[in-house]
Design a protein around this ligand. Structure first.
Ligand SMILES: [Mn+2]
Length: 487
């Protein structure tokens, strides 16, 4: 380590995890055949993109496999592929009890880069922020852990063969997409170990961090859509109101169209952006939006400077949404290819998946609006059967909470077929209900277990899987539990 205060390229980005990262990297460099196994979501896809790029640059042959969830069955399937070393990214720590059995049987050596709570078993090559007292929910994602591994691989490989000086700092861009995909981006942006990764990305010239309007779609959405679809802060007469958004923009003293087309946020210059933000804040204040909500209109944004302006890939939020769209439709191959740099076929396919996803969401919401919900005493629910995919039914339920289709004084439970014998349940509440005592995580866990299923999540949004035949018993128990919490 250098003694100077300013980091030099050779310094590890997160010193507390450097020893673990280097041990993992050395084991990978010794391996003949590596299987890279990763989670199917934006963080898991970027994790795999980072690890796969770093392995390739270090000259390590590898295959890649994705799993929706890592359980005994999928781990057995991974073992059956007979690779000497399996590198798990964005999962693995929580399943170490099962993984360790395969390791003990000599089936493979696990190398883990994860940020989830580890099981009560340890292994030699294990990179996880929680093992060093770093917060795995806010300060480092699976992609961040994979990035630390990638940095160590570059350093170790350079020592090994005296190869070209690749430092893998360019991969910080993907690490930030993964962290934002896992919602680690708070009011102050990315902090802690994530902040160190941002700093490396900025220094490497692949990332820009700045304070900006915090609405989804800065790169790709026409201005009226940017405002109309902004759902985190509801501004009366603009949110969910196309004509209102258009009228608001037309009244501003800036050119909001060019050649007859609506401009996008990315097309505005700094003065125009300031004008728009000030007017939006004035409107929010005069409409009585609470100050703590108004503050969230502006936040820290991350731009991938190597990507083409006006594309999803340029903005980390839009990039992670694009990846999630590929994951939800079981096209991890497409998401990974985009992470590996494919800007042709794979990017076109990812965009098409995102369009399909948006259409499915709007059709799902339309279905809920026309069919309506069933009211129990303390909650309301709908059962979409196979009409709404189980992978998006939670998002549709969340959209329903913000629409006139449901009663905002009760949480919404949404059912969809998971497979022939099981139902997926997604539960969504509101901030107001949570302040009144609602904890959907506890409800989903207890009610699902009472009928032989399992579940959990967060207070405002949770999920479960239950036997299909137990829906009504599950509903009765969930209704009783919500009643207890809100009494
Ligand atoms: Mn993750």
């Amino acid at each position: 380590m250098a003694a100077a205060d300013t980091p030099v390229p050779g310094d590890p980005p997160v010193p507390a995890l450097a020893e673990r990262a280097h041990a993992c990297a050395r084991r990978l460099l010794e391996a003949d055949r590596v299987l890279l196994a990763s989670h199917i979501d934006a963080d898991g896809l970027t994790s795999a993109g980072i690890a796969s790029t770093a392995l390739a640059r270090a000259g390590i042959d590898h295959d890649v496999v994705f799993e929706k969830q890592l359980d005994a069955e999928s781990i057995a399937g991974i073992a059956a592929r007979e690779h000497e070393v399996v590198c798990f990214t964005d999962f693995g720590s929580g399943q170490l009890d099962v993984i360790a059995e395969h390791e003990a049987a000599g089936e493979f050596v696990p190398v883990i880069a994860d940020h989830h709570q580890p099981a009560d078993v340890d292994t030699e090559f294990h990179l996880n922020p929680l093992l060093e007292g770093i917060n795995g929910a806010r300060e480092l994602s699976g992609a961040g852990a994979s990035y630390l591994l990638a940095r160590a691989l570059a350093a170790e490989a350079a020592e090994d063969v005296g190869g070209p000086p690749v430092d893998n700092r360019d991969l910080a861009a993907l690490a930030v997409v993964g962290a934002v995909g896992d919602m680690q981006n708070g009011r102050d942006g990315l902090v802690g170990a994530n902040g160190a990764i941002v700093a490396e990305g900025v220094a490497a010239g692949v990332l820009e961090e700045r304070t900006d309007i915090d609405l989804y779609g800065r790169q790709t959405r026409p201005l009226p859509k940017l405002l109309e679809y902004a759902s985190d802060v509801r501004i009366p007469g603009i949110s969910n109101d196309e004509a209102g958004a258009v009228a608001f923009l037309t009244d501003l003293d800036i050119e909001v169209r060019s050649d007859g087309e609506w401009r996008r946020w990315v097309d505005l210059d700094a003065d125009e952006r300031r004008t728009l933000v000030s007017a939006l804040i004035r409107r929010a204040v005069s409409s009585g939006v609470p100050a703590d909500r108004i503050e969230t209109l502006v936040g820290t944004s991350y731009t991938l400077t190597e990507e083409e302006p006006g594309t999803e890939l340029r903005d980390v939020s839009e990039f992670s949404t694009l990846l999630n769209a590929t994951a939800r439709y079981e096209r991890a191959d497409v998401g990974l290819a985009v992470c590996l740099g494919d800007r042709g076929t794979a990017l076109a396919e990812a965009r098409s998946l995102l369009r399909t996803h948006r259409r499915n969401l709007s059709e799902g919401l339309q279905w809920v609006k026309s069919e309506g919900v069933t009211h129990e005493e303390h909650l309301q629910w709908f059962d979409a059967g196979s009409r709404i995919r189980e992978t998006i039914v939670g998002i549709v339920a969340g959209m329903a909470v913000g629409s006139p289709a449901v009663d905002r004084s009760k949480p919404v439970l949404a059912f969809a077929e998971a497979n022939a014998t099981e139902l997926k349940v997604s539960a969504r509440g509101s901030g107001v209900l949570v302040r009144d005592g609602l904890d959907l995580s506890a409800v989903m866990q207890a009610a699902s277990r009472s009928v032989g299923g399992d579940g959990g999540g967060h207070d405002v949004a949770a999920g479960a899987t239950i036997p299909a035949a137990e829906r009504d018993a599950f509903l009765a128990e969930a209704d009783r539990l919500v009643g207890e919490q809100l009494s």
